[in-house]
Design a protein around this ligand. Structure first.
Ligand code: PLP
Ligand code: COI
Length: 368
C-alpha cells in the first residue's frame, strides 16, 4: 500500500528569534575544548511545522529549550519518529562545511516514507542547517577532530490516540559539539555479538533511522557493556552479519578486498558508502553481499580475513579488535586492517576538514 502524503515544496520564509541568554563565550570555549559526545547543546534550534492541510510552514530559529507536547502526542505512544545525524566541520580558514547533506536529506525522506511521516524536501533540510549555523556558527569547534554534530529529527505531534499517521508533525534541528564518540579515542573497539536479540527483520524498519530501532538495541547494548564491549553486532536471520547498534561494519581480507553486508534491513550508512568509494579509488575490491558469521570465523581462523572496522558519522571509522560471542571469540591484532582503517579515516576526515582535495564534490558550505 502506498500512503499519499503531500510533499510541500513551496519556498519557506524563515524567522529567527535570538536567544537573549546565550552561553557566555568563555563557558562555550570551555565546552568546545572538550565536548565529548552528545552532552552539550548550542544556543538555538530550528523547528518547522507540518499539517495535512497546510504542508510545511512556520520555519523558525528560536532559543534552544524544552518542547511543549500534549501528553497524547502520537510520538509518545506509537513512536512515529525519525532522525538524522551529520556534522559541521571548521576548515583552517574559519569557514564551515558539511559532508554529503543531500544524502542525509534523501535518507530522511526514505525514513519518513517508512514511518508514514511527511517528506521534508531537501531544500528545506539544507536551509535548516544553514539557518542554524547562521546563528550558532561560533559553536563549531576548532580543535583537531572535533565538529558540531547536527541532529535533525521529526515526530508526530498530533494529540490523537487512534493508530494512524499523524496529521500534525514537527521537524526540529538541534546541534551538539562533538569530540570522539568512544571515550578511548581511535583505539580498536570490542564488539559483542547479540545471539538473543535482533535489531530488525525482513519488512521491518531496519533501513529507516527511527528511534524504535535504537530503543530495541539498548538491552543488547547493555549486555555488550557487561561483557567489556563498546558496541553490539546484530545478525540477520540468525546467521548473516547485519550492523552494529549505531554503525555499519566492513571486513578486511588479506588481499585488501573489503566485504560489507547487504541486507534490506540495514541502515545505509553515508560514511560506509564514502569509505568504500575512497577504498575503491585506491584499487581495493569491494564486495557488498550477504556475509555469514561463519565466513568471518573461518576467514579469521585461516588468516584470510585480517580484521574489521566500524563506520558511522558519530564514530567515523574505528578498527574492531575483537568480536565476542557467547561461546567464541575472534581476535584481530595484526596491523594490516587497523592500518587500512586508520588511513581511510585520515583520508575521509582530511576531506571533511578541507585538508585533502574533495574530488567527489562531497562538501557543502554552510556559512555562506
Ligand atoms: N547504522 C546505524 C544503525 C546507525 O545509527 C548509523 C549512524 O548514523 C549508521 C549505520 C551509519 O550511518 P552514517 O554513516 O550515515 O552515519
Ligand atoms: C550517527 O552516527 O550519526 C548516529 O546516529 C549513531 C548514534 C549512535 C549516535
Amino acid at each position: 500500500m502506498t500512503i499519499q502524503l503531500p510533499l510541500a515544496s513551496q519556498s519557506l520564509i524563515w524567522q529567527t528569534v535570538r536567544n537573549e541568554n546565550p552561553v557566555a563565550p568563555e563557558a562555550r570555549e570551555a565546552i568546545l575544548a572538550d565536548p565529548g559526545f552528545g552532552n552539550h547543546f548550542t544556543d538555538h534550534m530550528v523547528d518547522v511545522c507540518w499539517s495535512e492541510r497546510g504542508g510545511w510552514h512556520r520555519p523558525r530559529v528560536s532559543p534552544y529549550g524544552p518542547i511543549q507536547l500534549d501528553p497524547a502526542a502520537a510520538v509518545l505512544h506509537y513512536a512515529q519518529e525519525i532522525f538524522e545525524g551529520l556534522k559541521a566541520y571548521r576548515h583552517a580558514d574559519g569557514s564551515i562545511w558539511t559532508f554529503r547533506p543531500y544524502e542525509n536529506a534523501a535518507r530522511m525522506q526514505r525514513s519518513a516514507h517508512r514511518l508514514a511521516l511527511p517528506e521534508l524536501p531537501s531544500e528545506h533540510f539544507i536551509a535548516s542547517l544553514k539557518q542554524l549555523i547562521a546563528v550558532d556558527g561560533d559553536w563549531v569547534p576548532t580543535a583537531p577532530e572535533t565538529s558540531l554534530y547536527l541532529r535533525p529529527f521529526m515526530f508526530a505531534k498530533e494529540a490523537f490516540l487512534g493508530v494512524r499517521p499523524a496529521k500534525k508533525v514537527a521537524y526540529y534541528l538541534i546541534a551538539s559539539p562533538a569530540g570522539a564518540y568512544f571515550t578511548g579515542g581511535v583505539q580498536p573497539v570490542n564488539i559483542w555479538l547479540s545471539s538473543e536479540y535482533a535489531r530488525a527483520s525482513k519488512g521491518g524498519t531496519g533501513a529507516a533511522k527511527t528511534g524504535g530501532n535504537y530503543a530495541s538495541s539498548l538491552l543488547p547494548q547493555a549486555e555488550a557493556y557487561e561483557h567489556g564491549c563498546q558496541q553490539v553486532l546484530f545478525l540477520d536471520e540468525g546467521k548473516y552479519l547485519e550492523e552494529l547498534g549505531g554503525m555499519n561494519i566492513v571486513l578486511v581480507r588479506k588481499d585488501g578486498t573489503l566485504i560489507t553486508p547487504e541486507s534490506e534491513s540495514i541502515l545505509e550508512g553515508i560514511t560506509r558508502d564514502s569509505v568504500l568509494r575512497l577504498a575503491a579509488d585506491r584499487g581495493h575490491l569491494i564486495e557488498q553481499r550477504k556475509v555469514t558469521l561463519d565466513e568471518w570465523r573461518e576467514g579469521a581462523a585461516s588468516g584470510d580475513i585480517v580484521g574489521a572496522f566500524a563506520c558511522g558519522t558519530a564514530a567515523v571509522i574505528v578498527p574492531i579488535g575483537r568480536l565476542l560471542g557467547e561461546d567464541f571469540e575472534i581476535v584481530h591484532n595484526g596491523p594490516q586492517a587497523e592500518e587500512l582503517a586508520l588511513s581511510l579515516r585520515e583520508e575521509l576526515t582530511g576531506i571533511q576538514y578541507g585538508r585533502v582535495e574533495d574530488r567527489h564534490g562531497w562538501l557543502v558550505r554552510l556559512d555562506a
